[in-house]
Design a protein around this ligand. Sequence first.
Ligand code: ARG
Length: 256
Amino acid sequence: MNRIALAILILVVLISAVLTYMLLIHPQYAKPKKILRVGTSPDFPPFEYISPEGKIVGIDIDLIEALAKKLGYEVEIISMSFDGLIPALINNQIDVIASGLTITSERAKVVAFTTPYWDANQAVIVAKTSNFMPKSLDDLVGKVVGVQSGTTAEGLLTDFIESTGKNIDVRSYDSYVLAVKDLVNGRLDAVVIDTPVAEAFTKNYDVIISCVIETGEKYGLAVRKDDTELLNNLNRVLEVFLKSKEWQEIINKYIG
Ligand code: ARG
């Protein structure tokens, strides 16, 4: 009787060892991790930018990595120009946009936003050496002003031009980094850009904030409209995450 019990025990141990190996250890049997394709435009420090080592880093990247981990996803970061993000999401080339994306009613017609995770306004920045210190949109009339294509900054300027009939020479760039470089080079009189990002640029480029236009923007992550399961899962973990120490650490890491 004891021998039979021993034999059964050995058998059970052996079977569980084989199963553990197959399911947890051997890559061929291990369940592949679900991949979350995240689109971003890495020209927007401290939210997404290219580190000196050539890696895409920033608050948005750490945020989505943390949320994805909690949901059992592995993240694949896909870099593209900002105005290509919403089309890429709709065409199923990416699953999430994490790119300092402002929640707007216009965009909410075509994508679904999570609950907000950041507040922003628009800043007008100029070169440090500039004598021109605009204090309002009206001061930009007749000037050459850079923005990133497809942004709320671009919308702010085109709305101003349309509603007042006044003219601003708006130059739309693929990348905010290029716009800021042209500002430093003297090719632009000003750049309009989100406040937290303007502050980051003043640390690494010879530019200063000339004024702030209160737009009351909020950033959200965006997913496809029909992806309600992903949206609900992201919201569930995001809500808890925003109150966590981990989130504070991410902010300290990039903003200090
Ligand atoms: N918040 C602004 C918008 O949604 C600008 C975002 C730009 N983001 C970026 N990663 N370049 O239009």
